[in-house]
Design a protein around this ligand. Structure first.
Ligand code: UDP
Length: 391
């Protein structure tokens, strides 16, 4: 072989594929990372290692089925009555040996769960770069959401690359002295996930619920945040019950989170009523369809707040403060207020002919255009090659 032929075969040698370990454990993490995993696989120059901590075992499986994701490792950390510390320590410990075997170039985590914090710390301690999807969300109150606000701040400290959904999130990171060069404003991958899921047909199960509630104004309700459990959740639910009882054309559909504390309060406070339906969690595709067919959404779920602008559905946030200020700023959402009295008044206002909820519609989405995963993977393509070359 001539020298020049030998040189040219050297120059076309395939670059080393960067190996990305993607970690999730809860329903919202899987929803928001699914489009990124799909994109990583589609572009073809990454090796992926998919790891589930199993933090929300039964909620996770249907999501993985919808998006066709099969974890390479399942840490199965979920135990009955698990505490945040157990999830955190169990995940770090299990993940550590996987990191030793798989030797990824980068770990991708999402949001502010214990799983995400465990991934960020485990990666940092093994000197592996950490990419944080959904970076920069802050309420400014360490007790709310609890313990996610603290988790997010700690993940920011451990992460190398910060994928901020919005410009507001970027500002929050800059205030914490994160270097602007390490922040990438990408949009929120939940918009991408909805785009994929809304192409899949919904099931007969949700059709039945819609039939049963035909002609009524449907309130879709979810509530499960840890800091709401004590008095606040009971107060909100009691106000919802009063509202349904005093308006014959209103019904409530409440897929109850499997968390035993959330379940107990829901069944203790909401009395049997033919216009209040307590359901098991719905499949993602069905739940999106239910929201599309709702009159009003009441929730403390971060993911649902992020979904509302894509659906053009008005939403009351069952919290005093939100880290998703963009939803309030664009006019699709309002905070439910500080006390039960205020919340009841806000609900009554929604019922009025000239209420703000009548003008809620599909809008310029503050959470992006559904191409966030593409942007994240473009950034990963640039930053991870040098990391792989060092391997
Ligand atoms: N969701 C679902 N089925 C349900 C209720 C919610 O698929 O019965 C979806 C919802 O559309 C959103 C996500 O689950 O994308 C929110 O998850 P969760 O409320 O558990 O977590 P959070 O968003 O509060 O972190």
């Amino acid at each position: 072989m001539s020298d020049s032929a030998q040189n040219s075969s050297e120059t076309v040698a395939a670059p080393i594929a960067a190996r990305i370990l993607v970690l999730f454990g809860t329903r919202p993490e899987a929803i928001k990372l699914a489009p990124v995993i799909r994109e990583l696989n589609e572009v073809g120059h990454f090796e992926t290692v998919i790891v589930s901590s199993g933090q929300h075992k039964e909620l996770l499986r249907p999501i993985l089925d919808i998006f066709g994701i099969r974890p390479d490792h399942d840490l199965a950390v979920m135990t009955v009555g698990q505490t945040p510390n157990q999830v955190l320590s169990g995940t770090i410990s299990e993940l550590d040996s996987i990191l030793a075997d798989e030797r990824p170039d980068l770990i991708l985590v999402q949001g502010g769960t214990e799983t995400a914090l465990a991934g960020a710390l485990a990666g940092f301690n093994r000197d592996i770069a950490v990419g944080h999807v959904g970076a920069g969300l802050r309420t400014g109150n360490l007790r709310s959401p609890f313990p996610e606000e603290m988790n997010r701040r700690l993940i920011t400290q451990a992460a190398t690359f910060h994928f901020a959904p919005t410009a507001e999130n970027r500002q929050n990171l800059l205030k914490e002295q994160v270097s602007d060069k390490q922040i990438f404003v990408t949009g929120n991958t939940i918009v991408d996930a909805m785009k994929i899921a809304r192409k899949i047909p919904h099931s007969g199960q949700v059709e039945k619920v819609l039939e049963m509630t035909g002609g009524l104004k449907r309130i879709v309700l979810t509530m499960h945040r840890r800091e709401s459990f004590r008095k606040r959740m009971a107060e909100y639910l009691a106000a919802v019950q009063d509202f349904v009882e005093s308006h014959e054309d209103v019904c409530v559909i409440f897929p109850v989170h499997p968390n035993p504390d959330a379940r107990k309060i829901a069944t203790d406070i909401l009395k049997e009523h033919d216009r209040i339906l307590l359901l098991e969690p719905l499949r993602y595709v069905d739940f999106l369809y239910l929201m599309e067919n709702s009159w009003l959404i009441l929730t403390d779920s971060g993911g649902i707040i992020e979904e509302a602008p894509s659906l053009g559905k008005p939403l009351l946030i069952l919290q005093q403060k939100t880290e998703r200020v963009e939803a309030v700023m664009c006019g699709i959402a309002k905070l439910a207020g500080a006390g039960p009295g205020t919340f009841a008044e806000i609900l009554e206002h929604c019922y009025l002919a000239d209420s703000w909820i009548r003008s809620a519609k599909q809008m310029q989405n503050p959470f992006g255009d559904g191409d966030s995963a593409k942007r994240i993977v473009e950034v990963l393509s640039t930053i991870s090659r040098p990391l792989a070359a060092e391997r």
